[in-house]
Design a binder for this molecule. Structure first.
Ligand SMILES: [Ca+2]
Length: 366
């Protein structure tokens, strides 16, 4: 199990911290917000990759592997420019740089502007959200929560040229990162995906913009996620995650289904933990991976609510820290909570999605 940072690599443009995902999933990284905002203000552009032997060799490799026109790939990659402020955004936050604080994190996402935009999005797309729930089993409020946390329903989708962002992270990933080789390989794969999609559709590869990690559109999908999970949900023959809410809704629902979303299963249950008595090291050891039966939870000193006691599958104890002085909060996460973290590897992110979705649903009823 990979550990996940507090301000996870959000790919989210709306976090001012674009997400990028680590391996098979979709997105995100770990970067202090202030740093990311500083970078956003100054989208400086550096050298072209046209003169970089490693980039041109990679272009030839892609062309051969993907059966693309080598001259087109070289010319396209030659238009990519280094984004000098982006590589350092990939470095993990320094140790001890601020206690995790769920209340502060939540307040950035569950707030009146985002809730109001969520109500409009839900009302405007109610039929499509209902159709997605029928087709994929994913409730409207989960999709509404995701799109709201990621981009405030398309208001903040990022303004970096995806070609520049991916080239920068593919060829100039910071070597000080503890998993630099793995991360760089990930972004090379994303760059290859991006160029392949652009080359096959004869699109302008310099046109797409997104987060500094190359995540695109209202749901902030990385190129590999677009290739694997995006769907044309309005049937117009093309996939448009920037302008078409129907495609966005279908694609997010399809992503969740692909990662094992179970229809009808709550994502969390309430749990009361007596920190002095509960076997916290045991219960927290598996992190967000559901590992304990309801009986084992109770035996470990974590008292589940009535619905949780009836749960037949496995559960994870999710700890949400509230800064250095306040006690932590806890919930019991199911398989569906785990699935939300496949979108962004963070329990804080998953909780924000759930609570924003619930807040929008409550506002709809008023
Ligand atoms: Ca479409």
């Amino acid at each position: 199990m990979r550990s996940f940072p507090f301000l996870p690599l959000a790919l989210c443009a709306s976090l001012a911290l674009p997400a990028f995902d680590a391996g098979a999933a979709a997105k995100r990284g770990d970067v202090p917000r202030a740093t990311k905002q500083a970078a956003k203000r100054t989208a400086a552009v550096g050298e072209s990759y046209a003169g970089r032997a490693d980039a041109m060799a990679f272009a030839d490799d892609i062309a051969a592997r993907q059966n693309l026109n080598a001259a087109w790939v070289r010319a396209t990659l030659g238009q990519a420019r280094l984004l000098p402020n982006v590589p350092r955004l990939m470095l993990p936050a320094p140790a001890g740089s601020g206690a995790k604080n769920w209340a502060a994190y939540r307040s950035r996402f569950v707030e009146p502007i985002r809730i109001g935009a969520g109500v409009r999005f839900w009302r405007d797309n109610a039929a499509t959200l209902a159709r997605a729930e029928r087709d994929f089993g994913v409730p409207a409020e989960i999709i509404v929560g995701i799109v709201g946390v990621e981009t405030i329903y398309g208001r903040q989708m990022g303004s970096f040229r995806v070609l520049d962002a991916l080239a920068t992270l593919a060829f100039d990933f910071p070597q000080a990162h503890p998993r630099a080789a793995q991360r760089q390989a990930f972004f090379r794969g994303e760059l290859e995906n991006f160029l392949t999609q652009e080359g096959r559709t004869h699109a302008d590869p310099t046109a797409p913009v997104g987060s500094y990690a190359g995540a695109m559109g209202m749901p902030q999908f990385m190129p590999s996620s677009i290739a694997k999970y995006a769907v044309d949900y309005d049937g117009d023959g093309r996939i448009d995650l920037v302008n078409d809410p129907q495609d966005v809704i279908g694609s997010v629902a399809n992503y969740f289904k692909a990662f094992g979303w179970q229809p009808g299963l709550p994502a969390i249950y309430g749990v009361r933990v007596d920190a002095a008595r509960a076997q916290l090291p045991v219960l927290l050891a598996p992190d967000i991976v559901p590992s304990f039966s309801a009986d084992a939870f109770v035996a470990g000193g974590a008292q589940l609510d009535a619905d949780g006691l009836r749960h037949r599958g496995l559960l994870a104890l999710i700890e949400l820290q509230n800064g250095p002085s306040a006690p932590a909060s806890y919930v019991a996460g199911t398989q569906n909570f785990y699935v939300i973290t496949r979108y962004n590897w963070s329990s804080y992110y998953a909780m924000a999605v759930l609570e924003l979705g619930a807040a929008v649903r409550a506002a709809m009823a008023q």
